[in-house]
Design a protein around this ligand. Structure first.
Ligand SMILES: Cc1cc2nc3c(=O)[nH]c(=O)nc-3n(C[C@H](O)[C@H](O)[C@H](O)COP(=O)(O)OP(=O)(O)OC[C@H]3O[C@@H](n4cnc5c(N)ncnc54)[C@H](O)[C@@H]3O)c2cc1C
Length: 526
């Protein structure tokens, strides 16, 4: 059996016996087969020493059991790593940042405690998946929609704590969190916001409570174990419609993004959009790259190809949810604003009135209709996985040009053909900024993984040199990313670690999460 770092085998065996007493023998797992299920199936360390492998797993089914587990591990300074549904693929799956950690697996805590269609929220435990919540809402005919990420098997708790994103107007998931229940490293349990008031009537309706608002420090963090979370939902809309806007020229991107930003910040267009470039996609299909590689075709040449093949330079599909007369007016206004760009072209897309019966064969991205699914895996079938490099950049056309040029030059300098990496143009998951998603392949070949890890590290460095930072990262790169968030001599990380030392002095909760290490392990930082 693998041991947690710094823990003797007798101490570990004694702790396991006490864990069995707390949660039942069946829910303390130590076999190699069981540990396999907690490995990152998209690990960039296949067949290498650094692959993160836990020592054991424990699966409590109540907050009292979580408290007992944490107390037992705290007494012996045994590190643990918390997961809700453990589907954090592309960012580490279920695996811990520190090999030998005990997995605190909360899948058995799967109660949906409340769904309100008067104030549009849910209160859930960590093991509730998007599929579970969707089914509950359907079965109980509640007039609310969830906002699933692309893979529906994850959880509102795990995904929101990672500050993940979906596609509807509720797509910024942590922004929809309202009220947490948290178990601290010493086993104490607290409730945030209005939940601090005994008998609170508005825990899921009002976020801030009284005094400092602290929910944010439990996201992407290792300060506590979340055992309940309130999540705001969208009232079931009457209708949905789509419409696309395309513009012909390279430089049209600047007024295009300015208009997008105005419409988004005015809440006339909502939800998550992807910037597309049919002409750059064509270049990619011919063996080129979406990125602006040195020595590649000029803008004039691409515009000529676009005109010849009737491919716009830029386009975006917009989504509207709400009463038909409201969303028709939003789409009309959207077209009016973009009409200021010469040559702008518009196309109506799909339209639905709810409730709607969809057929399997219907060509619609179900996530935009709040329906969880796993179809995204069909789109990326064939590979052995990927890890996401996901920097945040300004929401301006100028920034997009700079990004294409800077990363194009970086790939050229590294001598790596960018065509085996998927590169998406910016997404609008979060207001006022774009997110880029580069999928760097993961294979079972040690050399290729080493190469891809090198590429990843270089991309983080290049981004930081230009003032762009990741919104979230894979467990393998948490130190690398944390290292570049270094303003004023790492003042923010020093505060994070001051809090860590205060709330978790034995450093047992998820050591290394987001580059935050407890005092006794700080020298492990990469
Ligand atoms: C093809 C593909 C598409 C994807 N698309 C999206 C997408 O559209 N949007 C998106 O956001 N992500 C996406 N992802 C990434 C990922 O799959 C999802 O974010 C997924 O929901 C995360 O897994 P989970 O919900 O099971 O969280 P978990 O794996 O349970 O948790 C994630 C992390 O949060 C912390 N944590 C979890 N629970 C707790 C707790 N109770 N207390 C304290 N800390 C906790 C832990 O550090 C944990 O490792 C995609 C991945 C792939 C492979």
């Amino acid at each position: 059996m693998r041991l947690p770092p710094g823990v003797s085998s007798s101490d570990f065996s004694a702790a396991l016996a006490r864990l069995e007493g707390a949660v039942g023998k069946d829910w303390v797992l130590t076999s190699d087969d069981d540990m396999e299920t907690y490995r990152d199936s998209y690990s960039p360390f296949w067949h290498e020493e650094e692959d993160r492998i836990p020592s054991a797993a424990v699966a409590p089914d109540s907050v009292e059991q979580v408290q007992a587990v944490v107390r037992i591990l705290n007494e012996r300074k045994i590190p643990l790593w918390t997961i809700s549904t453990g589907k954090n693929l592309a960012y580490g799956g279920s695996s811990p940042a520190l090999s030998g950690s005990v997995m605190l697996d909360l899948k058995r805590m799967d109660k949906i405690l409340e769904v309100s269609d008067k104030n549009h929220y849910a209160l859930v435990e960590p093991g509730v998946s998007y599929f579970d919540l969707y089914r509950y809402i359907q079965d109980n005919k509640r007039k609310v929609w969830i906002d699933p990420p692309d893979p529906g098997w994850g959880s509102p708790v795990g995904n929101s704590l990672e500050r993940g994103g979906g596609r509807t107007p509720m797509g910024d998931h942590f922004a929809s969190v309202c009220g947490l229940e948290v178990v601290l490293a010493n086993g104490e349990v607290l409730r945030t916001g209005m939940g601090a008031l005994p008998g609170a009537k508005t825990w899921q309706q009002y976020k801030y409570g009284f005094g400092p608002y602290i929910d944010g420090i439990f996201s992407q963090s290792n300060f506590g174990v979340i055992t309940k979370m309130g999540v705001w939902l969208m009232p079931e809309p009457e209708a949905y419609r789509e419409g696309s806007v395309a513009v012909p020229k390279h430089d049209d991107l600047i007024p295009f993004v300015d208009t997008l930003s105005y419409l988004m910040n005015s809440k006339i267009v909502r939800g998550t959009m992807l910037l597309e470039s049919p002409v750059l996609s064509y270049r990619q299909s011919q063996g080129g790259s979406v990125l602006d590689m040195p020595g590649g075709p000029s803008v004039q040449e691409m515009e000529r190809i676009g005109a010849e093949k009737n491919l716009p330079y830029w386009q975006m599909l917009f989504h509207f949810w709400g009463p038909p007369k409201v969303i028709d007016a939003q789409w009309e206004y959207t077209k009016e604003k973009f009409s200021a760009i010469p040559g702008a072209a518009f196309r109506d897309g799909r339209a639905y009135r709810f409730p709607v019966e969809l057929k399997d064969s219907d060509d619609v991205q179900r996530v935009y209709l709040g329906i969880p699914n796993l179809l995204v895996f069909a789109l990326i079938a064939g590979g052995q996985g990927h890890m996401d490099f996901s920097p945040i950049i300004p929401m301006t056309g100028e920034a997009v040009f700079e990004v294409l040029q800077v990363f194009g030059a970086a790939y050229a300098e590294m001598g790596v053909p960018p065509k085996n990496q998927f590169f998406a143009l910016p997404w609008t998951f979060f207001p006022r900024s774009f997110v880029l998603l580069f999928g760097l392949p993961v294979t079972h070949n040690i050399e290729q993984n080493r190469e891809n890890r090198k590429v990843f590290r270089r991309l983080v460095g290049v981004a930081a040199e230009h003032g762009w930072g990741e919104y979230r990262t894979h467990v393998a790169f948490m130190d690398v990313v944390s290292n570049v968030y270094s303003w004023n001599g790492h003042a923010l990380r020093r505060l994070h670690e001051t809090i860590k030392d205060a709330v978790d002095p034995n450093g047992i909760l998820s050591p290394g999460k987001s580059g935050i290490w407890p005092q006794r392990m700080r020298e492990s930082r990469a």
